[in-house]
Design a protein around this ligand. Structure first.
Ligand code: FES
Length: 697
């Protein structure tokens, strides 16, 4: 049977893992020990995990982060989130068809004692900010308990195969996200005062200032910290469009989880919605995993992410449609195509501009919302509480590292364990790292008369400085001391020695190196490449492109070098005519997809678009309540069940807000839903101290 796994990845080593077996609808299948049920199913191309109780529509994975509750399956008759539950040997897994049956009455048990702990600091979340805060506290010997709902620490860092931007001296710029996670984790583990609970979900902050935690997925504990740090990261925003609940529509983070953490292949041909950094990077990660990217739409006239990320996709052959949006995801049981449309300046579709592309998956990358429910509850209950990283403000992971460091020190000061002031420079650095992409400098690079020189295809002010630290002769510098300024090559300071360190170390893959020494008319051009060596080493020629992906020519490949010092970045050397050699910024990997003739969906579908995916409540139903005067989301919830499903309103509330805005109602007139204390769903028995295994005996 064909397996949908990534057995060779250019950046991620394939780990040695034990093979186990499980049963899906009584069919015996293989899995790797330590992977989630969802990944095990995806590795066998099983994307439909059940059917919805209301309309019988197929359901599958959306967030892969335990947030949306769409991925439920039955294990031993009990519903579990397949994206967080690990597969085990001999497990019998069934799809969840409709609502699960109530379990038979359990044996009579008495509530048991709930263990309670007091700790100076509780950190919820082991991503970049939580780990960084724990390190600062650990350095001072302050006792910290860090809980994280995943089996592996690092948060979103473990999904990032690319080198990070930012400051080389302050936050690991130039290092790959997956490696930053390992560095932070091992530093934190070196401090004995830090205790770590993985696979442990924080469930609620209660009014007695205790936090309920389901330790190791089964044992309920209450923690009473002196200070709480919420470092829970962010959840992806959902988007309303017809077909948005079809299996094959994922959040971009879910896709990266499957591909980069679990090394499974969820798609063969995907389309991306959203041109921010998340969408652009996810597209690059897909190409690295050998998955075709049919295109990307961005509603604004320009992509919001870094230009270097956008340029990389353009060069590799991914069409980017700005001022476009998705009209529908098409398919019966799974996505099989996408229809997009151009939009006007008020984001209204322009009739006649619809285009349909074949694809088997659609990534939604339209932004992130802070996971800040714990912080809000803690402040409501007057707890000493701090928030760090994306839970406080959505920004790059490098800014989250700084935010965690600062919050760790602020907590130490609050506890009286630190008297030194926090360096003002840390706050400045954090603000710089949070900067949005800045001004473009599109002027042509000045021609250089040197025989060997780098061309810097870096045209936008972004916080990034590794190139200025890599040249052993000091010939590359930033134009000012601000790490957001544009880099420049200074031939007057000396001769380039062709060491290739700058091209290998630039996080944006935006430097090429020209060498005219052997043939002044046909210089060699060295380029960074991050794809499987075996796929590109045998290429005799490549299509070369300029910075934005325009084809320049077809040029012979001289060699592909894999220097271990370059940390998995290959250097491809080609030869090209001097007339355009300095314009070459990359190679084309795939032929851009063309639209297909498929009839466009009817526009009536807009009202049938699902807003609450847990309860399958349509936009039309909510819109008619708004039109009839409803201004209270609690009322809408009571009348339609929108927000009453398993995810607890985490995905639909923002979409209901959007419907209000579309109807011209300012949000100041809208009453938000009352949030219940529980942030994650859990069996009622855990509150009586009954372990999971005992609940249905
Ligand atoms: S896909 Fe599992 S909870 Fe969202």
């Amino acid at each position: 049977m064909k397996e949908y796994r990534i057995n060779k990845h250019p950046i991620i080593a394939t780990p040695e893992r034990n093979l186990i077996h499980f049963y899906w609808q009584e069919q015996k299948l293989t899995a790797y020990q330590g992977e989630t049920i969802a990944s095990a199913l995806f590795s066998h191309h099983i994307h439909t995990f059940g059917h919805h109780h209301k309309d019988g529509s197929p359901q599958g994975l959306f967030c892969a982060n335990g947030q949306c509750s769409q991925c439920m399956v039955l294990v031993n008759g009990q519903p579990v989130k397949s994206c967080v539950e690990l597969v085990t040997e001999g497990q019998h897994i069934e799809p969840l068809e409709g609502l699960p049956d109530l379990p038979p009455p359990g044996k009579s048990t008495s509530p048991t004692h709930i263990p309670e702990y007091q700790v100076p600091v509780l950190i919820i979340g082991g991503g970049p900010s939580g780990l960084s805060a724990a390190i600062e506290l650990g350095k001072l010997g302050i006792s910290v308990l860090l809980v994280d709902d995943k089996h592996r620490l690092g948060g979103k860092l473990v999904l990032q195969t690319h080198r990070f931007f930012g400051s080389s001296s302050a936050v690991y710029a130039g290092t790959r996200g997956i490696d930053i996670a390992t560095k932070l984790q091992s530093e934190m583990e070196s401090y004995p005062s830090v205790e770590i609970w993985t696979n442990s979900t924080a469930l609620a902050v209660f009014s007695d200032q205790k936090i309920g935690v389901l330790k190791n997925g089964e044992s309920y504990q209450l923690i009473k910290p002196q200070v709480l740090l919420v470092a829970t990261g962010a959840r992806e925003k959902f988007l309303a469009f017809p077909g948005n609940t079809l299996p094959g529509v994922f959040g971009a983070g879910a896709f990266q989880t499957l591909v980069n953490r679990d090394l499974v292949r969820p798609a063969e041909n995907l389309f991306i919605i959203g041109g921010g950094n998340v969408g652009l990077i996810a597209g690059y990660h897909a190409l690295q995993a050998g998955i075709r990217v049919a295109g990307l739409v961005e509603a604004l006239p320009q992509c919001g992410g870094y230009k270097v990320h956008k340029d990389k996709l353009h060069r590799l052959g991914v069409p980017i449609y700005t001022s476009h949006t998705i009209l529908s995801a098409n398919g019966q049981d799974h996505v099989n195509s996408i229809t997009i449309t151009e939009i006007d300046s008020r984001f209204k579709p322009l009739k006649g501009t619809e285009k349909t592309f074949a694809c088997d998956s659609i990534l939604v990358a339209v932004g992130l919302d802070p996971i800040n429910e714990f912080y809000k509850k803690a402040t409501e209950f007057n707890m000493p509480a701090f928030a760090a990283g994306d839970a406080e403000e959505i920004a790059e992971a490098s800014a989250a590292i700084f935010s965690g460091r600062i919050k760790g020190c602020e907590i130490a000061s609050f506890l009286g364990a630190r008297t030194k002031p926090i360096p003002a420079q840390w706050y400045d650095s954090m603000e710089i790292l949070k900067s949005k992409p800045g001004k473009l400098h599109l002027e042509d690079s000045k021609s250089c008369t040197a025989k060997v020189y780098p061309v810097l295809h870096c045209q936008q002010e972004i916080p990034c400085d590794p190139c200025s630290t890599l040249c052993p002769k000091g010939l590359i510098s930033l134009q000012t001391e601000d790490i957001r300024s544009i880099p420049q090559f200074n031939p007057a300071l000396g001769e380039c020695i062709h060491c290739e360190k700058c091209i290998a170390g630039c996080p944006g893959l935006a430097i090429s190196l020209l060498d005219y020494r052997k043939d002044p008319d046909n210089p060699f051009v060295s380029l960074p490449v991050e794809f499987n060596q075996k796929d590109i080493a045998n290429l005799s020629e490549v299509t070369t492109v300029d910075i934005e992906g325009h084809i320049l020519g077809t040029n012979p490949v001289i060699r592909v070098k894999n220097n271990p010092k370059n940390d998995r970045t290959l250097i491809m050397k080609i030869q090209a005519p001097s007339s355009y050699a300095d314009k070459i910024a990359g190679i084309r990997l795939q032929t851009p997809a063309l639209p297909e003739e498929i009839s466009s969906p009817s526009t009536d579908l807009a009202n049938e678009t699902i807003i609450c995916r847990c309860e399958r409540v349509s936009a039309g139903k909510i819109r008619s309540l708004i039109r009839s005067g409803s201004r209270d989301i609690n009322e809408i919830k009571a009348l339609t069940r929108a927000g009453m499903g398993a995810c607890g309103g985490k995905t639909c509330t923002a979409l209901i807000h959007r419907l209000f805005r579309e109807e011209g109602i300012p949000l100041s007139e809208v009453i938000d839903p009352s949030n219940r204390p529980l942030v994650s769903e859990v069996s009622i028995g855990v509150f009586a101290g009954i372990d999971k295994a005992d609940q249905h005996d």
